[in-house]
Design a protein around this ligand. Structure first.
Ligand SMILES: [Zn+2]
Length: 287
């Protein structure tokens, strides 16, 4: 875990492109931190308490300022299992209010139970889910340690509670899991219409650097966001037309021109499934 500095105040650590395992301590997502005038703001808490301890130790090599705030991009296990470490330090935790639904649903408890086995000893009986101290609703601008933070809800896209964090002074955007870099995005069962609308919101920030929830940060924020955006639009256009014309999926997939996308990494692994999910989605979106 080596923090990388992306601007005057903004840093991040990059998780591995792997599934969570005891060997990697569940280090499969990124976390960011911003060194403000009087304190450190951490963005996402990593996938186990041990990782959060390591992040804290790395921050202490950079600054003696205390971690007073943690902002979550969303309540997924690999982004929140380290929360208790920051909570014990007295940090104030902020998340978008729809995160409560996940936190108090049975899926979160079952997932934690399974993780205590799958990720032992890094996730154990002492690992617990930590609710935010402050659940926010709409967009907020607040000043912490003399620096302005824009907290922009952008869900439902990857999750209902997606929250992006923008630092106007540094032109740095912490995007959570909404932006994919230099690869075919993973669409899954996401609501692509809302996802596009969220990317439009993010593009208005004029960020120069984007730090995603997974993978390497980018100095080409606009290019990366536009890639994700135009891919989603193309899927919806082609698969939407096919669904409307009642062309069977296999035929529609074969007839679609993929030349703009097929050179991108993970095209073979992800494109057909993305197209299929979008085809199903567009069948239901039809009036
Ligand atoms: Zn994630």
């Amino acid at each position: 875990m080596v923090p990388q500095q992306m601007s005057a105040h903004c840093w991040y650590v990059q998780g591995l492109s792997a599934l969570g395992s005891p060997k990697n301590q569940n280090f499969i997502s990124n976390a960011g931190f911003v060194v403000t005038g009087d304190s450190v703001v951490v963005i996402d808490a990593l996938g186990s308490p041990a990782l959060a301890e390591r992040l804290l130790a790395e921050i202490r090599k950079i600054t003696p300022k205390p971690v007073k705030t943690v902002i979550l991009t969303h309540y997924h296990a690999d982004h929140v299992y380290g929360l208790q470490v920051f909570k014990d330090q007295g940090a104030h935790i902020i998340a978008q209010q729809l995160g409560r639904e996940y936190l108090y649903a049975q899926t979160a408890a079952l997932r934690l139970q399974a993780s205590r086995t799958d990720l032992a000893p890094w996730v154990d009986d002492k690992t617990h889910l930590v609710p935010a101290d402050e659940w926010i609703d709409g967009r907020q601008e607040r000043t912490i340690g003399g620096m302005s933070f824009v907290l922009q809800p952008v869900g439902p896209a990857h999750t209902p509670e997606d929250l992006a964090i923008y630092l106007p002074a540094d032109k740095v955007l912490y995007s959570g899991d909404l932006v994919f870099r230099s690869r075919i995005p993973y669409v899954g069962e996401a609501d692509s219409r809302n996802w596009i609308a969220s990317l439009d919101k993010l593009l208005t920030f004029g960020a120069e650097v984007v730090i995603p929830g997974h993978g390497e940060a980018s100095h080409e924020a606009r290019k990366d966001m536009e890639l994700t955006r135009s891919y989603l639009i193309y899927l919806r256009k082609t698969m939407g037309q096919a669904a409307q014309d009642m062309v069977p999926f296999d035929q529609a997939y074969k007839d679609t021109d993929w030349t703009d996308w097929e050179a991108l990494p993970l095209f073979k692994a992800a494109n057909r499934m993305n197209a299929y999910n979008t085809y199903l989605l567009m069948e239901h979106e039809k009036p």
